[in-house]
Design a protein around this ligand. Structure first.
Ligand code: NDP
Length: 484
């Protein structure tokens, strides 16, 4: 594996630890090497030294596994646009292949800022590194990290340049959300249980709420976030993927392209946002300052007059037979009350409440909670009689907790994504048509929010540690209670 951008945050925090965990659990081949590549002036020893910290957080330093793993790491200094450096890379790869016996398969991991994957892909192709040659027995694949472009045009450009170097089956567009166990479990839950599928439609479902909230602010990623904002950072990718998993039709078989076809159909069915819909179905916020907490505009790297949203609620409709008229509320933000990732299916109210007159209370809707973080659990809420002599209803939950029966090895999201790349399994990765459809859907929203004179008045300030701006209630009046 060749990690471009090896001196960066992703390589240190996620990729190298995930590779170590795969090594530790016996998922890496016997013969392998990991070559870090970037402009930073390191040699093999310095690179191993840097990565030691990343790895020792995850291992028992006495076991010797850490040092064994680190001995598979090498480093190559490279300017991303210099053809000569790629020739030297090709020579080094040949040499390391012979030295370690890992000659056949090559995985390029582009852990780079978004402007660089097109440059690197082109240079890899020019150096003859993007396609297996006549004497090459194995495969060559490339991993690219989100964001897949900044808008529709740049995502098409990214795709076109990558497609000149690699074929679609060589390209793995990672969305690590999709590789989380509980996200994958949504498909199993929906399509392996006969009791839920018949009620998974407009006849029984009243609304769906999908939440991905963070307690933290932008932290050290302010520079990146300032030019991105919550809609590009979360909605174009994770939020729409979670929506597609909830809304998709059952694929005819468990195969990457069949599943991705069904997701693509959902993206194609999203009701386009008109200007009026943007006004009525979108709410943007930015966190202000709190007690000992900096507001977004005080974060380092953020302009004092910044209009970048850190919170959004979007009310979305899927215009197809199954979901006609059912609103999907997508909510994501930073510096919110809790770190939560969850989908909540609200079922319709009972048609007639015979208890209302006696109890003077409405009956709470049945809700199905698909919890991805912090609990990895599925729960169903329903009504029972409260114990005691006085007639009353109470809401209880039936819970399945993933952690209760941890049979089998549960891989982290990056471990799973990397393993799937090595095994050529594209189920959990974005296909280009999906990327473009999601950008096409979001672009009118982004254009209206970013280029109109009323940009400042659209942005509502919220208190850190809250559930977003108060004005959210104009879109979803009972937010956030029933979704918690
Ligand atoms: P970094 O900003 O840390 O960049 C990675 C490396 O790229 C740097 O160490 C640097 O290496 C090189 N680089 C940075 N800026 C430039 C530049 N302007 N010109 C040339 N080289 C540059 O990125 P991350 O590691 O955080 O992320 C990599 C990719 O993964 C990004 O696309 C990001 O959006 C995505 N991602 C990151 C996540 C994370 O948790 N970090 C999560 C999800 C996605 P050098 O100077 O040594 O060449």
């Amino acid at each position: 594996m060749v990690i471009f951008g090896a001196s960066g945050d992703l390589a240190w925090r996620k990729l190298v630890p995930a590779l170590f965990n795969l090594y530790d659990s016996g998922h890496l081949p016997d013969q392998f090497f990991i070559l870090g590549v970037s402009r930073t002036n390191w040699d093999d020893r310095e690179f191993r030294g840097q990565m030691q910290d990343a790895v020792t957080r995850h291992c028992d330093t006495q076991s010797g596994k850490c040092s064994d793993f680190l001995s598979h790491l090498y480093y190559h200094r490279l300017e991303y646009d210099q053809p000569e450096d790629y020739k030297a890379l090709a020579t080094l790869l040949k040499h390391l292949g012979q030295k370690t016996g890992a000659k056949d398969n090559l995985l390029f991991n582009l852990a780079l800022p978004p402007s660089l994957p097109p440059v690197v892909s082109r240079k890899l192709a020019q150096a003859g590194l993007s396609q297996p040659g006549p004497n090459h027995q194995g495969w060559i694949r490339v991993v690219v990290e989100k964001p897949f472009g900044h808008d529709l045009e740049s995502s098409r450009y990214l795709n076109q340049t990558m497609a000149q170097a690699f074929s679609e089956d060589q390209i793995f567009r990672v969305d690590h959300y999709l590789a989380k166990e509980t996200v994958q479990n949504i498909i199993m839950f929906r399509f392996a249980n006969a009791i839920f599928e018949p009620i998974w439609n407009r006849n029984f479902v009243d609304k769906v709420v999908i939440i991905a909230s963070e307690k933290l602010g932008v932290g050290h990623r302010a520079g990146y976030y300032e030019g991105t904002g919550v809609l590009r950072d979360m909605f174009q990718n994770h939020m729409l993927q979670l929506l597609s998993l909830t809304a998709m039709e059952p694929p005819s078989m468990w195969a990457a392209d069949r599943v991705r076809d069904e997701k693509t159909k959902v993206f194609r069915s999203l009701r386009p946002f008109t200007s009026q819909a943007v006004d009525q179905h979108l709410l943007l916020g930015q966190y202000g300052a709190g007690k000992e907490i900096k507001g977004y505009r005080q974060e380092s790297g953020v302009a004092q007059t910044s209009l970048t949203p850190t919170f959004a609620m979007l009310k979305v409709y899927v215009d197809n037979w199954r979901w006609q008229g059912v609103p999907f509320y997508l909510v994501s933000g930073k510096r919110m009350a809790q770190k939560v990732t969850r989908m909540v299916i609200f079922f319709r109210q009972v048609p007639h409440s015979m208890f209302r007159q006696v109890l003077g209370q409405d009956i709470t809707q049945n809700r199905l909670f698909l919890n991805i973080h912090p609990e990895e659990a599925i729960s169903l809420s329903f009504q029972t009689k409260g114990p005691g002599p006085v007639l009353c209803l109470r809401t209880v939950r039936m819970v399945f907790d993933y952690a209760v029966d941890p049979s089998g090895l549960s891989l982290g999201a990056y471990e799973k994504a990397l393993l799937d790349c090595m095994q050529g399994e594209q189920m959990l990765f974005w296909r280009q048509d999906g990327v473009e459809l999601c950008w096409s859907f979001l672009e009118p929203v982004l254009n209206r929010c970013e280029s109109c004179g009323d940009r400042a008045s659209r942005l509502h300030t919220y208190t850190p540690g809250s559930w977003g701006p108060e004005e959210v209630k104009t879109i979803l009046p009972d937010w956030p209670e029933p979704a918690l």
